[in-house]
Structure formats: structure tokens, C-alpha cells
Design a protein around this ligand. Structure first.
Ligand SMILES: [Zn+2]
Length: 271
């Protein structure tokens, strides 16, 4: 379901899901506002970058510190992985604090993180891809997922639900927040992608629209479907439906700006 996410303008500007707020789980979807980075990374940037222009590691760490501060913690309490559009979801614990910050990340791509640990901040990063945050409010298990089209096709959100259940979570008690990502308004895709999704599951057809010979893909809807098929109740899925590509003031966007751009973060933590 679409919900108006709550915009917070503190030192940094971020959004929270009213549904997750009601269940008392600390979480946020950052915007690009309130950080220390400059130029194309202005200003709340969470990755050094893969384009010709890069941000400094110091700036990126400081921006993580600003986000952790909202939860009353520091960058040392964050676990952050190297993401490569995989469908890998890892269970992490306190020994993973500071992973991807001062400690090396996993040596392979990990695009979803799950934990039962308190005061361990899970962070994933996006700039158009879908950030999904999950929380079982009864069994106290949470997850953060990076789901671009590859992750969506590979149903990484379903993998995360499965991993959560392996830690004692129950699908009926999971609430989900789908954060700002590229909307169907801007996400033009090739016909081969449409076909690949239709082949994976006929249900995905509803996520594609055709206009003037062009095909547009609704990534948010696809992830809602994946979560529902995993057993998460429709009323427990909250979607921001804020388009990162449309809103340059607030969001970084790969589609809009290419590789020389910053990256946002979605963070979640059990208290
Ligand atoms: Zn748009």
C-alpha cells in the first residue's frame, strides 16, 4: 500500500515509514540533504563512487556517522556490505559491527543483511534501486535489502524473508517498508527485461506499462508482489512511491546523472 512517508529535517534529512514507526523500529531512508560531501556528491553521500569522480572515504564515513547519530550511535555500530546486484542475504551479528566502515566488507557481493542483534545498524545503499526494510515486531528480527532489477528478478526480498524466518521470524508478523526508488514515470526498460520478468512469473506483467512504444517498469510494485508471495500481508507493506529520478533536490539518481553521482542509504536497527 502507498503511504505518505514522514519527512524528518534534523541535521540530516530522511524519511521514515509510518507503518514501521508504529511498530517502534528505528529506521530511515536518507535523502541527499544534510551531509558533508560536495560537488556531484552533495551532500549526504554513502559511497565513494564508481564513476570518474570519486568522493573521499573520510566524507563517506562522516556521513555514516551523521546517520548513526540519529539512532544515538556511531559509525562503528553500522554493518555495511559490498553490493553487486546479487541475491545474497547474510545473517550478521555484533562481530560485524563496523564492517564496510573501518573493517573490510564481505569479500563477495551481499545485497541483503539480516540480524536479531540489538544496536547493530544494518545499512544498504541505493540510487534508484529499491531499498526494502523488514521487521518482525514479535520475534524482533530485522533486514535491509538492496533490490534493483537484477535483485528483483532474483527475488532477493523473498530470500531476506526466508533468512529472517530461519532466525525465528514469522511472515505474519513482518512489516515492510519500500523506500524511495526510481518510479515507473522514469524507469524505461528494454522489452527483453519485460520478457525476462514475464517468464519468471506471469504476475509480473502487471508491473509493466507501454506508452508510445516505450516500456516502463514499476519496481516498487514488483517488490510488493514478491513480499506478498513470501507471506507478508499486503496491509503490512508500506511503499513511499517517491521517485528518485524526478526529484533532484532530494535524491541521487543513476538514471538521471549516470555514474558520477552520490548514493543514499537505508538503515534499520533493533533497540
Ligand atoms: Zn520519476
Amino acid at each position: 500500500m502507498k503511504e505518505s512517508f514522514v519527512r524528518h529535517e534534523a541535521r540530516i534529512t530522511y524519511y521514515t515509514s509510518p507503518l514501521l514507526d508504529r511498530h517502534g523500529i528505528k529506521h530511515m531512508f536518507t535523502t541527499r540533504r544534510g551531509g558533508v560531501s560536495a560537488g556531484v556528491f552533495e551532500s549526504l553521500n554513502f559511497a565513494v563512487g564508481a564513476g570518474d569522480i570519486t568522493d573521499s572515504k573520510e566524507n563517506v564515513i562522516k556521513n555514516h556517522a551523521l546517520a548513526a547519530e540519529v539512532f544515538g550511535l556511531t559509525e562503528n555500530d553500522i554493518c555495511r556490505s559490498y553490493q553487486n546486484h546479487s541475491t545474497n542475504v547474510e545473517v550478521v551479528g555484533n562481530e560485524h559491527k563496523s564492517t564496510g566502515i573501518y573493517k573490510d566488507p564481505f569479500p563477495y557481493g551481499v545485497d541483503g543483511l539480516v540480524t536479531k542483534e540489538k544496536n547493530l545498524i544494518l545499512s544498504i545503499r541505493t540510487a534508484d534501486c529499491v531499498p526494502v526494510l523488514l521487521f518482525d515486531y514479535q520475534n524482533r528480527v530485522c533486514a535491509a535489502v538492496h533490490s534493483g532489477w537484477r535483485g528483483t528478478l532474483g527475488r532477493i526480498a523473498a530470500n531476506a524473508v526466508e533468512k529472517m524466518c530461519s532466525l525465528g521470524a514469522d511472515q505474519n508478523r513482518i512489516v515492510a517498508a519500500i523506500g524511495p526508488c526510481i518510479g515507473a514515470c522514469c524507469y524505461e526498460v528494454g522489452r527483453e527485461l519485460w520478457e525476462a520478468f514475464a517468464q519468471a512469473d506471469k504476475g509480473f506483467a502487471a508491473c509493466f506499462t507501454e506508452k508510445d512504444g516505450k516500456v516502463f517498469f514499476d519496481l516498487t510494485m514488483a517488490n510488493e508482489m514478491i513480499l506478498e508471495k513470501s507471506g507478508v500481508k499486503a496491509e503490512n507493506i508500506s511503499s513511499a512511491r517517491l521517485c528518485t529520478c524526478c526529484d533532484k533536490e532530494n535524491f541521487f539518481s543513476h538514471r538521471r546523472d549516470g555514474a558520477n553521482r552520490g548514493t543514499m542509504s537505508a538503515l534499520i536497527m533493533i533497540q
